[in-house]
Design a protein around this ligand. Structure first.
Ligand code: ATP
Length: 243
């Protein structure tokens, strides 16, 4: 099959928020993506376990993409009980017949500056195009200076149709200055998160008290009974990096 260009946006999505949707929309527009697959991570990289269970995080992604006809929620990294690695996830797509140049891994510039610590670096860069989208405090214009060894692979998104080898596309687009951490904190403090997450996601968070003070601090109650993966094993590794 020709003409397909799949965007892959991986994240902890604890919760998914308007910044993530801005990344997807910006890449969809700039790269002419035929589909975007949002992959909820099993074990996050370089950080503690998520607050909300993988079930709730996946549910919020599914709610958030309502209305985006070409967006899909993928559970490929969930359910194994094992840490998931982006390099392995990209191989999963190869096994299903996708060429590396048909895949665009979407990533915020704040996360991309750590790419050299990811599992299977630098080989991972040959498994897909990487589309780096600006995030507040992380303009894509800084990427070549921050990662000089990779500068040669970096180019603008208009090159996507002509690049025959996996490349790094820098997408300068406004993305909401919001983080999942700030949303969890606001929610725990009883502050409004309207406008920071899609309305259906906000309702889901409120209905299930996902980020109540008890959930954030790990005090048992709704969280222990309903909110988290109570049988989740400790992180055995990192999502992207090693050790
Ligand atoms: P946390 O606050 O828990 O660290 P987060 O808001 O950074 O979470 P993640 O799920 O870890 O969200 O992010 C997944 C991907 O989305 C990463 O590539 C990240 O760089 C990108 N991203 C998240 N928020 C934004 C944003 N506001 N603007 C641009 N990129 C973003």
């Amino acid at each position: 099959m020709t003409g397909r260009r799949i965007g892959i946006l991986g994240g902890t999505f604890d919760p998914i928020h308007c910044g993530h949707l801005d990344v997807g929309r910006a890449a969809e527009r700039a790269l002419g993506l035929t589909q975007i697959v949002l992959i909820t991570a099993n074990t996050p990289p370089h950080r503690p376990q998520p607050v909300a269970s993988s079930y709730h995080r996946f549910a919020m992604v599914a709610l958030a993409i309502g209305g985006h006809e070409r967006w899909r929620a993928s559970d490929v990294e969930l359910g194994t009980g094992l840490p998931s690695f982006t390099s392995g996830t990209l191989e999963h797509f190869h096994d299903r017949g996708f060429a590396p140049t048909e895949l665009c891994f979407l990533i915020g510039a704040d996360a991309f500056v750590e790419i050299e610590s990811w599992k299977d670096f630098p080989a991972i860069l040959d498994r897909a195009h990487f589309a780096v989208v600006s995030r507040s405090g992380f303009p894509v214009a800084d990427m070549s200076a921050r990662l000089p060894a990779l500068a040669r692979r970096m180019t603008g998104p208009s090159e996507v149709a002509t690049r025959t080898t996996p490349s790094i596309f820098l997408i300068d687009a406004p993305t909401a200055n919001v983080s999942a951490t700030a949303i969890r904190q606001r929610s725990a403090n009883g502050e409004s998160i309207v406008g920071l997450v899609p309305p259906a996601v906000g309702q889901h968070i409120e209905r299930h008290a996902l980020y109540s003070t008890a959930a954030i601090t790990g005090v048992t109650g709704m969280r222990g009974a309903l909110g988290s993966d109570t049988h989740r094993p400790p992180a055995a590794g990192r999502l992207h990096g090693q050790g």
